[in-house]
Design a protein around this ligand. Sequence first.
Ligand code: GDP
Ligand code: MG
Length: 297
Amino acid sequence: LASWVGFSNLPNQVHRRSVRRGFQFVAMVVGESGLGKSTLINTIFETTLSPPKVVPEPGTDRGKTVEIQSTAAEIEENGVRLKLTVVDTPGFGDFVNNDDCWKPILDNIEARYDAYLEQENRVNRLKMVDNRVHACIYFIQPTGHALKPIDIEFMKRLHTKVNLIPVIAKADTLTEEEVELFKRRVLADIEHHEINIFSPPMYDRDDDETAQENEEIIRKIPFAVVGSDQVVKAPDGRNVRGRSYPWGVIEVDNEQHCDFVKLRQMLVRTHMEELREKTNDVLYEDYRSEKLRAMGV
Ligand code: GDP
Ligand code: MG
């Protein structure tokens, strides 16, 4: 076994119900071409599960502006099944006019809500398939300056529909100080534009360990990520997944080097259930009531 993920170790009630049914978790990646989306997907799957398979997205027209592709894999851990799907969206921001490039992504997210709603309305609801997007990882170009209009537009259009997780792409192209400054600037922009991003909620009932774990995750937001599908030799001779430079090696799985581990930990281990609950109880619920209202139900 390549790695132990830890999703089967969550001790709460919701989890125990999910244990019997098995988990379905869908994450989507969005961002301009070349920011490392495909590489990060591979890195997540390589460090989480193997072997992934690409499944064709039902109902996707070829030649549309933004393509939607999903990769899924099933893993079992301590008798708990997880079906993890990552949805890629190549083409975002690649056009002369990018005014509406958020639209096909919103359409896809809503189509998944509609498919779920349709199942809820069936008489037999025993075999519900949950293909709703539970987390949307948005890649920010590591300019070191500020968010771009396309980032702001996308996040404003999507933040009430999906759990948004902004990340600083290719963090190895910035120095440590630049990353810190850029993170602060990005958070200030997000606040200024009143965009809601996903942040682990803190509860009074949390024990110290959980509270500390959450604080450590929150402190890293927006995660500065580095992806790599290559194994390189670290100065001390270890073989590590990372990127090699004349001045040294950036290790994907080293928390001192980037926030990939924290991001993956939040998605797959500590906050998967939280992301699923918020999707179901808040984001989907808002969509559903709005839709039913519009239909005059
Ligand atoms: P996508 O268009 O967003 O899917 O980007 P890709 O994953 O195809 O990556 C584009 C290029 O950037 C490739 O040459 C990757 O090797 C490289 N790349 C991917 N992730 C990183 C990263 O974290 N840091 C650096 N420096 N390069 C990366
Ligand atoms: Mg790609």
